[in-house]
Design a protein around this ligand. Structure first.
Ligand SMILES: Cc1cc2nc3c(=O)[nH]c(=O)nc-3n(C[C@H](O)[C@H](O)[C@H](O)COP(=O)(O)O)c2cc1C
Length: 347
């Protein structure tokens, strides 16, 4: 059975799950047009996640996927956190704000408990994908028994082989061009393989279907990756500008006016690619100390952004975008799917 048959979708085009940007409307628009819609639920509480899944199910009868984070929840190093807060304190001062004295673990991992798993088993989306790691064996087993397709991001061959050995169904090959967080299992090591190389590498050594993600903005780029062996492509940045996404006005404006990206660990504590802003120019400086652990670091990053935004400065936003953001178009999701399909057929 092909991946499209397995997922019961018409086109090999996935909307990337995007925590904070995904909406039920956007997911449904993509699925209703024959693509594979998604919800990024890694930053949502179990209740908020349930709400989004139910809303999506009310908007489409077509299949879609949900996505969670599988990071190892690390202990916070309090000395590192203190130094990190001190380093960012002058930035808070600029906006007449005071940084917190303690940082919170704002996102639990799917690995920490089975509440998200139980939600997935209860609501039965077609597929569930994971970023930053692989679920526990008992969680994979339960999803399999329920007939829910499992997918995990890989950024290198070692991760892909681990995914395959764990009994997952699909590999999302995330290249270095990708917008948002790198899906690397271990946040300190990144082989930074580009999407086309990663697809070819995984195609040679893995038997699972591969979905290519990273830097895809048009059908020509998508078709090239399909020719290299990808069973489908996953696009994030290209959909952020859609009216139905949750991106705020400053993010939308920056996508079209400052389309240059850089990877930084300062915003959340894990490497993530976004549009160049204050994080890259004012925080990522040679004197920068070690960042606080993910996701504690993100707690501070979000608070700094809130303080700056309150004073009308949007330069500390987490404006995730892929390297090819300069090629995005202003187009609604159903039209983007149609356009991609047309370009792929002509490529
Ligand atoms: C705004 C944004 C948020 C993202 N959030 C998630 C997420 O919650 N989970 C996930 O697995 N990937 C996330 N990603 C990464 C995407 O899955 C995908 O790898 C990436 O969008 C592909 O690169 P592109 O943006 O150049 O298309 C995000 C990407 C963006 C742009």
């Amino acid at each position: 059975m092909t991946l499209l048959e397995q997922l019961e979708i018409k086109h090999p085009i996935f909307l990337a799950p995007m925590a904070g940007v995904s909406t039920p409307e956007l997911a449904a628009e993509v699925s209703n047009q024959g693509g594979f819609g998604s919800l990024g639920l890694g930053a949502s509480s179990v209740e908020a996640a349930r709400q989004q899944i139910l809303e999506t199910q009310a908007l489409t009868h077509q299949p879609f996927q949900v996505n969670f984070f599988c990071h190892q929840t690390l202990e916070l190093d309090h000395d590192v956190a203190k130094q990190w807060i001190q380093y960012l304190a002058p930035q808070f001062k600029k906006y007449d704000a005071v940084p917190p004295t303690e940082l919170k673990c704002i996102y639990p991992s799917f690995l920490d408990h089975d509440d998200y798993l139980n939600l997935v088993l209860e609501t039965r989306p077609k597929a569930v994908s994971f970023h930053f790691g692989i679920p526990h064996p008992h969680q994979i087993q339960a999803l399999k028994q329920a007939g829910i397709i499992t997918m995990v991001s890989a950024t290198n061959l070692a991760e892909a082989l681990e995914i395959e050995a764990a009994g997952i169904d699909v590999i999302i090959a995330q290249g270095i061009e990708a917008g948002g967080h790198r899906g690397i299992f271990n946040e300190t090591f990144d082989s930074a393989v580009k999407t086309s190389d990663l697809v070819q590498l995984l195609k040679q050594s893995c038997r699972l279907p591969i979905v290519a993600a990273g830097g895809i903005m048009n059908g020509q780029q998508a078709q090239l990756l399909i020719k290299l062996g990808a069973a489908a492509v996953q696009l994030g940045t290209a959909f952020v500008q859609c009216k139905s996404s949750n991106a705020n006005a400053a993010y939308r404006k920056a996508l079209f006016s400052k389309p240059i990206t850089q990877i930084s660990t300062s915003i959340s504590g894990r490497p993530a690619r976004g549009l160049i802003n204050h994080w890259h120019t004012q925080i990522d400086r040679p004197e920068r100390p070690a960042v606080a652990t993910y996701p504690y670091c993100y707690d501070l990053g979000k608070q700094l952004n809130a303080a700056a935004t309150a004073q009308g400065d949007y330069g500390f936003g987490a404006f995730w975008a892929g390297t090819n953001v300069a090629q995005i178009r202003e187009i609604e999701a159903p039209d983007l799917i149609n356009q991609l399909v047309l370009e792929m057929s002509q490529a």
